[in-house]
Every structure is written in structure tokens, then in C-alpha cells.
Design a binder for this molecule. Sequence first.
Ligand code: 1GP
Length: 255
Amino acid sequence: MKLKGKVEAYLKSLMSEGRVLHFSLFDPEKIHDLNKLYQTAKFLYDGGTSAFLIGGTLGISQRFLDSVLEILEDFDIPKILFPSNINLISDKADAILYMSMLNSDELYYVIGAQVIAAPLVKLSGLEALPTAYIIIGHGGTAAHVGRARPIPYENASLAIAYALAAELLGMRYVYLEAGSGAPEPVRPEMVKAVKEATNVTLIVGGGIRSAEKAVELAKAGANIIITGNIIEKDEIKAIQIIKAISGLRIRNAVE
Ligand code: 1GP
């Protein structure tokens, strides 16, 4: 099924039932075997993941990105780009998190890359999901490369201010990112505070490694939970996370 142009509606329809979604993140830079990618993708798809997110911080070739997307084509869920830079764009995906790293000190990550990529995104027909990317706490490689000034884990009021600014600017998605492999994920207190203060679709990722933590964040108000590292390290745990949050029905729905 071609989902280009229908991704946001698809996600909304799931969320309107009170579902919390799970996106499986694949970092092409860490994929060494496309057969293995297919097996893993099938396992996650059969387990009930809602979408595949494709992205990473370090560079990869366009050809390899296309090969990864061709492998994922078999699965009937959205393939969404999660680009760290302008090289991670392919019309073989359905949609793109069209992101601005709001707490970067580097103008390039706030608006520069977006300007360079805009004509290409338009031409590709990719569905753009306007997303505020906000780095929290540890921040990982994304914080380092993106020259972020991470918001401390406990500073929920600052996170609210950023998320509100994003909403007032018209962004429909806010991604609270603790960084891939972060020792501590975003705290539920911050997720709850941001959810209560805004009406955006709230994405939370970075350092989520257990079903308990994922459920805690979902109950706090996350609409979409992202996991990346755990998929590479422990597929069974990844499935447990998917199953745990897909069983939830929460009145977090975005209006
Ligand atoms: C990173 O939020 C994502 O951008 C996922 O983080 O790899 O720690 O799951 P993990």
C-alpha cells in the first residue's frame, strides 16, 4: 500500500482510538545485512509496530538509503524519514519528520538544512510532518552533532516553553529526545507537563529499553514511543515494549 499523503491521517485515526503508537527506528549506518533487516522488520511488523522510522546522525550513501527503503516496502505501515541532515532524503519513503532542532545553537540545524532540503522534499512528494525536535538531558550524538543546549531532565517548564513555541509556530509534532542510547530517558513528569500544556502529537525517544518505562511514558502523555537501540540489542524486549503499549487505550488523543 502506498501511504504517501496519507500518513498523518493514518496516525491520527489510530490515536483517535486512544492508542499509543510505537515507531521502530532503523539507523542505516548500523545496518550491515539487508536480509537480517528484512527479518527484523518482519518481526517488528508482526509484533504490531505502527511505523518504521529511518534515520541516524552519521552519513550514508543515497543508494544504501534507497536499498533499506526497498526492503521495507513489503510492509504495510508508514516508512518515515528521520533525517539528521539533507543527505537522508529519499522519495522511496512515505513521509518525513520535517524537523527543526529548536534548542540548537547552530542556525543550520534550526532552519539552514530545512531551507536547503525544502525544494527537494517538495519535489519528492514526501509528506512532511512538521516536527519540533527538542533535546533533553543526555542528548547523545544528536546533541553533540546538532550543537544543542539540552534541557535538563528536571526542567519541565523550559520544555513546556519550547513545545508551546513550536505549537504556536504551527508545528504539529513535538519530539522530546534524550538521545539514542541515553542512560536515562525523558522523565514522565516532563512528558506529562508538556502534554497538559499543549495539543501537539508528542513523540518521546532515547534510552527507552523496557516495557515498564514505555508504559510509564505513554501513561504520562506520550502519543508515540520511539525505540532504536533495543531493536538491535534485544528483539524480544522490543516486541515486549510494542505489545505493552499497543494494549493501552488512553485519553491522550490529539484533537
Ligand atoms: C534516537 O530517540 C531515538 O533518536 C531512539 O533512541 O536508540 O535509545 O532507543 P534509542
